[in-house]
Design a binder for this molecule. Structure first.
Ligand SMILES: [Zn+2]
Length: 503
């Protein structure tokens, strides 16, 4: 049995006006054919590793690797990138001859300029090329905005069940196990879903929150006869997507009614708990956060600026916290990062050790404004370093050129491109030690905790304005085409499952 495997992945924040380009995918190295097997056999973080691992138990399954492409979260793909990924996925499949199944790892919330459902289009292409009899199974990040088109064109799907995500290998193995059983006629997977008209950004960690409870409920449902997978996808809220929102997808062994009934039951329970997902977090304004930090003895005080998190595709050039830090006696140094290619160029032109006055940040959205600073160029770097993300996923970071500008007690890391906001290597790669700072700004909602908790004196969640704000009211006007009404952008929303209204 010849099963094609591949992966195309990116989480897209469609409010970000800076498009994702092929460069962003090439940064992690696009892999083809056997290189994929070499790269992911025994890897501890990838769905593809799960595909490979699950195949080891089936001597009659031959994996046919096609394409693997990943970019860190960002704005919608530009036309060239979208068309490349779309056509190359299909041409790689076509070049492999006869196939018995197609198994792909997607994110599920990838969009391009003018196309909100990239994965749905790729699946539609595959279905058009191979027909209804070809088994097609996908794995998804649970931040997928699962579209009707995706569901329509797959035989089964399996999504992550952990937040932060640490079950990529297991999810891949699960999707693969369904595929391998299906091609050997040991099961006939069918998937049904129930979409829920809500988005959420609060209480989304698996441990100790309502999401974890629903994953437990999903796991209990999965142990029932004929049930192959129960996936709860809370979706990715920062997307102007007509199919934005939560989705429960259930795959059964040829029991479509059971699948629909389970999806409906779980969706209804989640809907009843909707208020638990918009529970206000204890957040401080940038000004309040700075006052609190200065009243605290010692450090580091870690400011979480989730609204500008590049990990969720935000532009990374917010100036909201910088504005509040400027001109203050901090009693130690502060570290913060701003994406600003223009300013990097000016710093490099000025040269190390020289003073320069610049208007930094606030150029990539209509929310933040540039701030004028005068400082000394401290460091210039090529912005490349190796790091390990949550789940020990090794990543090659290339933030393009970086200049560190020293402005009083503040070290501003100016970069031409975005990095990941939660990893201290961002600063350490430039000789700046977060553990010794008075204040460190991390552009990350929660992933930073794994790295910063061990040495943070205090953590302050900052409610700064930005394109990944979990204060949905502050970004409501950015949503043009989501299905309305949708909770909590709208409070008066009716939700019905199989003709029954759920309150
Ligand atoms: Zn995710």
């Amino acid at each position: 049995m010849r099963i094609a495997i591949g992966s195309i992945m990116q989480e897209v924040n469609s409010f970000n006006r800076v498009p994702t380009t092929l460069d962003d995918f090439e940064m992690q190295g696009i892999s083809y054919g056997e290189e994929i097997i070499e790269r992911f056999t025994d890897a501890s973080f990838s769905e593809v590793a799960g595909f490979i691992k699950a195949a080891e138990r089936h001597r009659d399954i031959q994996l046919v690797p096609t394409i693997w492409a990943y970019a860190i979260p960002g704005g919608p793909c530009d036309e060239e990138t979208y068309q490349f990924l779309r056509t190359r996925t299909l041409s790689e499949l076509k070049s492999k001859g006869k196939l018995d199944g197609i198994l792909l790892a997607f994110h599920g919330s990838m969009s391009a300029i003018g196309e909100p459902d990239v994965e749905g289009v790729i699946l539609e292409d595959i279905r058009a090329a191979y027909g209804d009899d070809m088994p097609v199974v996908i794995s998804l990040d649970h931040h997928a905005n699962v579209s009707r088109r995706m569901i329509h064109h797959v035989n089964a799907l399996a999504a992550y069940k952990t937040q932060p995500h640490i079950d990529q290998v297991e999810t891949g193995a699960k999707a693969a196990a369904i595929m391998y059983a299906a091609v050997k006629n040991m099961c006939a997977p069918v998937v049904r879903c129930r979409r829920i008209p809500m988005i959420a950004a609060g209480n989304m960690l698996t441990k100790g929150g309502p999401l974890g409870e629903f994953y437990e409920q999903a796991a209990a449902m999965e142990s029932e006869k004929k049930v192959l997978d129960v996936s709860v996808c809370p979706g990715f809220p920062w997307a102007d997507n007509p199919e934005l929102g939560w989705c429960v997808a259930v795959t059964t062994d040829n029991e479509p009614e059971l699948a629909q009934d389970m999806a409906d039951r779980l969706a209804a329970d989640i809907w009843k708990s909707r208020a638990r997902f918009v529970k206000a977090e204890d957040k401080k304004s940038p000004a309040q956060a700075v006052v609190m930090a200065l009243k605290t003895k010692g450090g580091p005080i870690v400011f979480s600026d989730a609204a500008d998190s590049p990990n969720s595709g935000a532009p990374g050039d917010s100036t909201a916290i910088l504005k509040e830090l400027l001109g203050k006696e901090l009693g130690g140094y502060a570290l913060l990062s701003i994406v600003d290619p223009e300013s990097v160029g000016s710093c490099i032109e000025a040269g190390i050790g020289n003073e320069i006055t610049l208007s930094v940040g606030g150029k990539r959205d209509n929310i933040n404004k540039p701030v004028q600073v005068t400082g000394t160029v401290k460091t210039i770097s090529d912005g490349r370093y190796l790091t390990y993300e949550t789940g020990h996923k090794r990543l090659t970071m290339n933030m393009k050129r970086i200049a560190v500008l020293e402005v009083g007690d503040i070290f501003i890391l100016l970069s031409e491109s975005r990095g990941l906001g939660h990893i201290p290597d961002l600063y350490r790669s430039l000789g700046l030690e977060p553990a010794e700072a008075k204040i460190v700004v991390v552009k990350s909602p929660y992933l930073f905790r794994e790295f910063y908790d061990p040495f943070a004196k205090e953590i302050i969640l900052v409610d700064a304005p930005g394109l990944r704000s979990s204060n949905f009211a502050s970004i409501a006007e950015l949503y043009g085409t989501p299905p309305r009404p949708i909770y909590p952008l709208d409070m008066d929303v009716e939700f019905s499952c199989s003709g029954r209204t759920v309150s």
